[in-house]
Design a protein around this ligand. Sequence first.
Ligand SMILES: Nc1nc2c(ncn2[C@@H]2O[C@H](COP(=O)(O)OP(=O)(O)OP(=O)(O)O)[C@@H](O)[C@H]2O)c(=O)[nH]1
Ligand SMILES: [Mg+2]
Length: 674
Amino acid sequence: MKVQETKKIRNVVLVSHGNVGKTTLLEAILFKKKFIQRMGRVEDGNTVSDYQPEEKNRKFSISLSLVPVEHKGIKINFLDTPGYADFVAEVLSGIRAAENGVLLINASSGIEVQTKKYWKFLETENKPRAIFINKVDIEGIDLGALLNHIRDFFGYKAIPLNYPVFENGKFTKVSSIFENPEFENYKHAIYEIAAENDDAMLEKYLGGEELTLDEVNTGMKKAYMKGNFYPIFFGSALNLVGIDELLNFITDVMMSPEDLGEGKGINPTNKQEETRKISTDESFSAFVFKTLSDPYVGKLSFTKVYSGILKSNATVYNSSKGVVEKTGQVVYLTGSVQEPVDEVIAGDIAVITKLTVTQTNDTLCDSDNPIEFPKIDFPEPMLTRAMRPKTKTDEDRMSLGLSKITEEDPTVKISKNLETKEQLISGIGETHLSVIMEKLSGRYNVNITLTQPRIPYRETITTKVKVEGKYKKQTGGHGQYGHCFLEVEPLERGKEYSFESRIFGGAIPKQYIPAVEKGVKEAMEAGILAGYPVIDVGIAVVDGSYHPVDSSELAFKIAGSMALKKALEQGNSILLEPIEHIIVIVDEQYMGDVIGDLNARRGRVLGMKSENGKQIIEAYVPLAELLNYANDLNSITQGTGEFKMEHSHYELVPPKIAEKIIQESQLNKKEEAE
Ligand SMILES: Nc1nc2c(ncn2[C@@H]2O[C@H](COP(=O)(O)OP(=O)(O)OP(=O)(O)O)[C@@H](O)[C@H]2O)c(=O)[nH]1
Ligand SMILES: [Mg+2]
């Protein structure tokens, strides 16, 4: 749907808790706009917006999708986002690309966890926003109480512009509050807000004069765009009620990219602040806010044009990567339906096909006038699992599949634990990881089992010992002879390792000392308790002997490793576990539960402080107790808690737990031997 003027565009992101009706609302709008002849239903997997196989299968949105519609000569680019918490990256991308937000609230369940979270996101990004109360058709809802609850939570700026009308108990339409004296109070609240944003109008209003509808509309628009007015609409997407009123508000009052005025960034060369007026007269600049790796059409880069014109089959400069790229065919997307387009003007949103190096968060611009727009701050994935490809073929195909997945999802991280040799995948939550597995299997025919990652335990000793290592093979001809005495002592936790030679008088010729150390280090790779690497030991070669002919580096290496193994046996080996330094950020009301839970995980709370209305809890917790923490914190805090963690140090594993770990490793060893 081509558009000629930036002021005739409205970019609107729909956000809400899951299952509130965003996708259905777009289905209703597309039906009203005759883009589709019959409304699809999420349950039937035949909506325009939820077109991905995983979305059809799970009956909720997983990926951000574009749904442009035309209303009263205005092009509205709707961005449908997933409500499910694990797919938060899609919400952040949608919010970045839009100038306006519509928060949907389910009339029957009111304000929910993601309702608050995504409203906060819109607030943080300074996006003017409206509220659409959906599912008003559901019986038994106390709308008065709901409205009070909503006004309490969002404050006095949240004012209804219409109210629902029921005929014979059935929700049939909405009417403007300006037409019903019962809502005089809301009318005056709107007058006040409208007047507050315009001095002449304020004077008129305070003088007791009636404001004209035009004046009210102008004042409302100003107040809305400044974020001083959150209009509330009632409706039912499923029953096509209240849709026109929302569409009219979007076209008549909401912000166009031209109203936003400019896009702010930096000049990648001199790092100075740089802006681009959102106009076609300016040099080209655009931001890639999402990437989709479609198995059939290849890479799709969802792009918001800030200035100038985006052209198909043109050369653009990727200022984030410092490379020139060729745009393939540019298309408008309505769900998965592509419409090729040659030119896309400033303020509009389209999709570039076949870019090569460009990724989400990259800026494209004119190489003579480089600019780079700020990157979206995606959350760090915190739930990690080990990946086990089911077959050799799966293993061969795995890296290609994973590269496609990471290309489109900035909240998926792939890493390798060099010690446990496990390939790890990190995501936001359990559902996120299981959707990725479904994508890998369904799109790239890669089948993987996810397991808990192995904990990189360590072993060390607690008692200083003096041990001997003697490797002697002299059965005629050239033999082998290596002989050393080591003093091995425990080091302070975290000191890792030290090695020195205290050989005097050439008991062991100098050239063999490094061989002894090599043997020692090899033996330290696997401790005697459960085969974990040995740390925090200090080793001194204190004595030994050699044979002028039979001694060799190999013999002394073996002698060194034999001695070290003895030291581990005699030095009271213990098991150490990795301790994470964790910071948990939660609302006050969950603090007690979170601390109790951390203590139950053998954690040690180091401190608490409050910041921006949130409680920040710091603790040391064994990694072994945190493998599921992303999920558990979600359930303790109803999805509002956040955390970050990093490795801190090693500590003794309590005997009971150590016993179990040792038994398990012996079992594994037996199984591997069979
Ligand atoms: N009664 C009623 N049900 C509705 C209405 N709108 C949507 N639904 C139903 O609510 C369920 C969720 O609708 P969706 O459109 O998938 O909601 P969503 O906000 O896109 O959900 P996520 O994609 O998970 O964020 C579906 O079963 C819809 O049929 C409505 O106005 N009234
Ligand atoms: Mg949806």
